[in-house]
Design a protein around this ligand. Structure first.
Ligand SMILES: [Zn+2]
Length: 290
């Protein structure tokens, strides 16, 4: 099962999250029928949203939106604080381009654009932040967003590795953040260690990926596990929710659906679940017009 492990260094100056997200990305791949590069790009975006949600509390939700001029064009991932994430990719059929290590590269296919984050914390106006994409590889874009837009120096490593048949082999990553009271010398030492860490794609191949990631992050330093919680691709859509949006179309539009289409089918953009509304269902919606 996918999981999120939250840790803090013994001195409390750094915190690190390790995420195992293989099933999350695999589920997204199946639901959206994505091709290799789209699988990796969407998977990384889902993991980025899970990382940001790990910093939130209560019923907050995080929406990550990647908009760009490359072949991928647009991706959205929405995560909550209970480990659920859902996602959408506008171009699911972008094919791959592999680097010398066999990894699927996505930066060129994402291209230039924006990394936007919307935090809905139940207030009237959600918080929004936006930074330009610096590489389109998502992990670096997230680190840049956190460091510049949220002024929290952060290091991010995340990736999705595929099998020969292009199904998801392994997915996951880490987020390291410097706490406000960390002394400069310690930050410098930590940064050096992060830079010298093995590549995330290598760590993800380890038998116990979270332990390999955390050991590489902390080196000889001791750390404490604060919490371990499940992660999953899970959509919160329902027939009732789509019924409400159909009602929002108004009586004339619903009558047209009844007389011309004899029903309606709505597909959730985030999970591809199809909801069918029969003529009877639609007539029922007309009765409960509000
Ligand atoms: Zn859905």
């Amino acid at each position: 099962m996918d999981k999120l492990i939250k840790t803090i260094s013994k001195d409390g100056h750094f915190r690190a999250y390790a995420l195992e997200a293989t099933e999350t990305v695999s589920e997204a791949q199946k639901r959206h029928q994505t091709w290799a590069s789209s699988t990796v790009a969407l998977g990384r975006t889902l993991i980025a949203a899970q990382m940001l949600a790990a910093n939130q509390k209560g019923d907050d939700t995080i929406t990550v939106r990647v908009q760009s001029n490359g072949a991928i064009t647009m991706m959205i991932a929405v995560a909550d604080t209970h480990g659920n994430v859902k996602g959408y990719i506008k171009e699911p059929n972008v094919d791959y381009k592999r680097g010398s290590t066999g990894e699927v590269l996505v930066g060129d296919l994402v291209g230039q654009g924006w990394f936007s984050v919307v935090k809905d914390m139940g207030l009237k106006t959600p918080y929004t932040g936006q930074t330009p994409l610096i590489s389109g590889e998502i992990g670096e874009d997230l680190a840049y967003y956190l460091t510049t837009s949220e002024q929290t120096p952060s290091a991010v490593g995340l990736n999705v590795l595929l099998n020969e048949d292009e199904t998801v082999k392994v997915a996951g990553g880490f987020l390291v953040q410097v706490m406000p009271d960390a002394p400069e010398a310690e930050i410098a030492a930590f940064e050096t260690r992060i830079q010298q860490m093995p590549a995330i794609s290598k760590l993800l191949r380890s038998h116990d990926q979270s332990k390999a990631i955390l050991d590489a992050i902390y080196g000889q330093d001791q750390y404490k596990i604060l919490d371990t919680s499940p992660l999953a691709f899970r959509c919160d859509c329902s027939k009732a929710r789509f019924a409400a949006s159909i009602q929002g179309l108004g009586k004339t539009e619903i009558n047209t659906l009844i007389t011309e289409n004899h029903g309606a089918e709505v597909i959730c953009q985030f999970c591809q679940t199809a909801y069918h509304f029969s003529e009877t269902d639609l007539k029922e919606l007309l009765k409960h017009d509000h």
